[in-house]
Design a binder for this molecule. Structure first.
Ligand code: SF4
Length: 889
């Protein structure tokens, strides 16, 4: 790798000077040799270049950030930062930031702009919103987020609820994280074990945890969150914790694992069902836990798929009474919560009473997995049966253990079932709330209503009749857990006008055209819209199609409360540039103007009596943080001063076996926050969700077109390389995805330092396939699916399993001003699939496990930058801090 010294002119990187010779023309920047004699302030804040929120100490001189380093007080990052975070200075001072509100002056897509004032920008937006609201209805406006970086997820949902539109979406939801949140919330009611989403907190205490085995399934913490999870997994290995990695890529985590299962993309659920079958057949599960603390002994009516209830509870703190089969009396008997020692329930069995067939939940699970032998899974997943067995035995016998599941399984239509399968494995093993396991309900500060997102979303403000109009909302009711709409349903509505044609889009994200599937179809939709707003830190491909651009703050300018284990941190703006405004405030500004123009609900949203717990809209984020911090007798100013604040001793915070604690209201164990107060491996609530939308919808919605299944099932990838011989003749390779450690979603492709390290996207291809398709290492190649074609640089490597290729998604900000606007050259989402089949519960489409072909190209796409010197234009520019004159808008 070459080091371009110019890049380092603007950043002090300790230790790198020694690498440069004395004759170097490299200019060293050392804060301690400050010739202006001005003080260097060290301000504690938190990174947000990804969602890990690592503690940071920013060195600031004359308002200019000159150095970043990790804050060792952070219990997760422990003073580490990764390349993305350290690149924060180049992102902050990027010459091509959106500095002022801008109005389009050329044709849409011409990318010609005129600077306007904030007042004018907000007025234009609000008038367009009101015109649409009055002429068509609130639902004709939709909003979106996602894309990484400095996300502001709940301000969007809040605004939509108040404005009255049910339509906001994040490509991330059903394709990233929501399937896992949904399954773990419904099945045991605690945090999911996603390391990249700052959960699985047990791993951050390597000195204390008795953990013996960690399974990393479709997750690579060394790539996705190197400073936190990546470091933690490394620390665990140094304490002899064994790891199993399920990933078609030979990532650093796979390289250091004890067992690596290079699975065929999209077949994870088949492998999970085989793990479950093996654990059941070999009786490796925790029998006492399964019997007493899961719902598997309860009897299910085979025809209705619902549990048989002896009694419905009229006490909200106690569950219904379910029926078990008592072996002492050989009859169906009610089981009072939590347990009745007089009974001797069976775990397995099928019983007929009065002509009605009943099975235990356990029996139904056993039946469900019966066909998935190790050999069958080996065949489907292209793995070695003995290796699968070795992995399962490590997980099941070398315990305590835990299974961390990542985004990989969220990106195919089998998404929710994969999360259910993973949860089932941990719950069968009793890997919940005990030391050394990942499924925990460690305590929280109690300041936030929603974890780490303090903006109250005002869900109750959305009128029921508007909720019913959510695009995709009736079919994919699982999205209701995040109050979100379905991207493809919104896209299709714009293109077809069915059931109605949305007309206005307000968007904030790294680059929507980089992160929605089958991007070219979205380009068509953009042309159908009346009005488009883009708010972000930089212009992206999406900006080129907008009518108004709004400049938002980078993370080094942003305030936000951050809860990390037993500490509260203050992410505080350490400087402020140009006319950027915090997004949380921008939505308030739009709502205020809509209220002034006659939108009743927006006007009332500023009335604190009317808004109650949802909080009245604000002029600054301080008002929100002061409100929430008052719950622990703190103010935002105080937290900034003392950050981090240890709100609870670690020993109290790390509470195990929460379910065993006695609930003073009932005198019984508290159990789990599920309808049965047990772990719900047989997920009856999934059926109720599909039929009514509850518990996530406040009203009954019409049933989905078919019932959601209460147990996980395997779905072969739609583009099926095993059975569809015609397809594989033309498209023989299966594409998978995943992160590299330099970017978060669509962010940071404009940062010289990172682009120097990774100038263009590589396609990983196995040497066997490379030879077969005439590709050599370092060749430019075309990558083509049924939907489009892009280019990439070939990396021929054993680090990807045969017949599979890997690409990281990418876009090229350097071609923003060309006809491609940077999203058509090397964006893997030109190839992905946005249409059916969808996941039945949340509508996930196909971002991984689809078929492509790879063949030699004549060279790189026109206009892209590949050499370090190309990126000079984007080096940080001198930018004086701006007075906070705009924050009171
Ligand atoms: S992992 Fe890296 S990018 Fe993410 S918060 Fe930490 S330092 Fe920032």
């Amino acid at each position: 790798m070459q080091i371009n010294k110019d890049y380092l002119d603007a950043i002090d990187i300790k230790g790198l000077e020694a690498l440069l010779d004395d004759t170097s023309s490299f200019k060293k920047v050392d804060p301690s040799e400050d010739d202006s004699k001005d003080e260097i302030k060290k301000i504690k804040t938190n990174c947000r270049a990804c969602i890990q929120n690592c503690g940071v100490v920013a060195h600031v001189k004359n308002g200019r950030v000159i150095k970043l380093e990790g804050n060792p007080e952070d219990p997760m990052s422990k003073g580490r930062m990764c390349a993305k975070g350290l690149a924060g200075i180049q992102a902050l001072y990027h010459p091509n930031r959106i500095k002022y509100p801008m109005k389009r002056v050329g044709e849409r897509g011409e990318n010609k702009w005129k600077r306007i004032s904030w007042d004018e920008a907000i007025d234009i937006i609000a008038k367009k919103l009101m015109e649409t609201y009055e002429n068509y209805g609130a639902e004709y406006v939709f909003c979106s987020t996602g894309g990484g970086g400095n996300p502001e997820i709940w301000s969007i949902a809040r605004f939509c609820n108040i404005f009255g539109t049910p339509n906001w979406f994040e490509p991330g939801c059903a394709q990233c994280y929501l399937p896992r949140v949904l399954a773990y919330t419904m099945m045991y009611g605690g945090d999911d074990p996603s390391i990249a989403d700052s959960n699985a907190l047990e791993i951050y205490f390597p000195e204390e945890t008795p953990m013996k085995t960690l399974v990393l399934w479709g997750t690579a913490p060394s790539y996705s969150c190197p400073a936190t999870g990546g470091g933690a997994v490394q620390d665990l290995r140094s304490k002899s914790v064994k790891t199993v990695v399920v990933d078609p890529r030979f990532t650093p985590d796979a390289a250091k694992s004890d067992v690596w299962l290079p699975i065929r993309p999209g077949t994870d659920v088949a492998l999970m069902l085989a793990w479950i079958r093996y654990i059941i057949h070999e009786k490796l599960y925790d029998e006492e836990f399964v019997m007493k603390w899961t719902n598997l002994p309860y009897l299910v009516n085979v025809e209705t798929k619902m549990f048989v209830r002896a009694k419905e509870s009229d006490n909200p703190d106690l569950p219904d009474t379910f029926m078990v089969w008592d072996s002492k009396t050989n009859s169906m008997q009610p089981m009072e919560y939590p347990w009745n020692d007089e009974l001797s329930p069976v775990l397995e069995g099928s019983f007929t009473v009065d002509g009605v067939e009943y099975k235990t939940g356990f029996q139904l699970l056993k039946d469900q997995v019966e066909e998935y032998t190790l050999e069958k899974a080996a065949e489907i997943c292209q793995l070695d049966a003995d290796k699968i067995k070795e992995a399962i035995e490590l997980f099941a016998k070398n315990s305590p253990s835990g299974l961390a599941i990542g985004v990989a399984t969220d990106q195919t239509p089998n998404s929710v079932q994969a999360a259910m399968g993973a949860a089932t494995l941990d719950l069968l093993m009793g890997n919940v709330e005990k030391p050394g396991t990942l499924l925990q309900r460690f305590r929280k500060s109690g300041t936030f209503d929603m974890p780490n997102y303090p903006v109250p979303i005002a869900a109750d403000r959305l009128p029921p009749e508007q909720l019913k109009k959510r695009l995709g909302g009736n079919e994919f009711k699982g999205l209701g857990i995040w109050y979100a709409g379905h991207p493809t349903s919104i896209l299709d509505a714009v293109l077809t006008g069915e059931p109605y044609k949305p007309r206005v889009w307000i968007e904030r994200s790294g680059n929507k055209l980089g992160n929605v599937a089958n991007s070219q179809k979205w380009e068509k939709a953009l042309k159908e819209l009346d009005f488009i707003v883009h708010m972000y830190m930089y212009p992206t491909s999406f900006s080129a199609y907008a009518d108004i651009l709004l400049p938002t703050k980078e993370w080094l300018e942003t305030d936000m409360m951050v809860e990390v284990c037993n500490k509260l941190f203050a992410r505080q703006g350490v400087t402020h540039l140009w006319e950027t405004i915090d997004e949380t405030v921008i939505w308030s500004m739009i709502a205020r103007r809509c209220g002034e123009l006659g939108h009743e609900a927006c006007r009332k949203a500023f009335d604190s009596e009317y808004m109650g717990k949802d909080l009245a809209y604000w002029d600054s984020v301080d008002e929100i943080f002061d409100h929430f911090l008052s719950r622990i007798d703190l103010t935002w100013d105080k937290l900034k001063e003392i950050t981090p604040y240890e709100y609870m001793p670690k020993e109290d915070w790390k509470t195990y076996y929460v379910y065993k604690q006695i609930d003073p209201k009932t005198g019984k164990p508290a159990g789990f926050p599920t309808p049965s107060k047990k772990c719900e491996i047989y997920l009856e609530s999934m059926i109720t969700l599909g039929r009514t939308g509850r518990p996530f919808s406040p009203i009954d919605l019409p049933p989905a077109s078919k019932d959601y299944e209460p147990l996980p099932y395997y779905l072969e990838p739609h583009e099926d390389p095993v059975n569809d011989k015609e397809l594989t003749k033309e498209f023989p390779l299966t594409m998978t995805g995943g992160r590299i450690p330099l970017f978060h979603h669509n962010t940071l492709r404009n940062v010289p330092w990172l682009r120097e390290l990774y100038p263009v996207p590589e396609i990983w291809i196995n040497p066997r396939d490379a030879e077969k398709y005439g590709v050599a290492d370092g060749d430019w190649v075309w990558v083509e699916s049924k939907r489009g074609k892009i280019r990439a640089l070939a990396w021929v490597t054993e680090g990807i399993k045969p017949e599979t290729v890997y690409m990281e998604r990418f876009w090229n900000p350097e071609t923003l001003d060309t006809e491609t606007h940077g999203w058509k050259e090397m964006n893997v989402n030109v190839l992905t699939k946005e249409d059916a089949p969808f996941n039945d519960v949340v509508g996930t489409y196909t971002l991984r496990a689809f078929q492509v072909k790879v063949y030699k190209a004549e060279g790189p796409p026109e206009g892209i930058w590949t050499k370090p010197e190309d990126f000079r234009k984007w080096l940080p520019q001198p930018s004086d801090p701006t007075e906070e004159v705009l924050s009171k808008k």
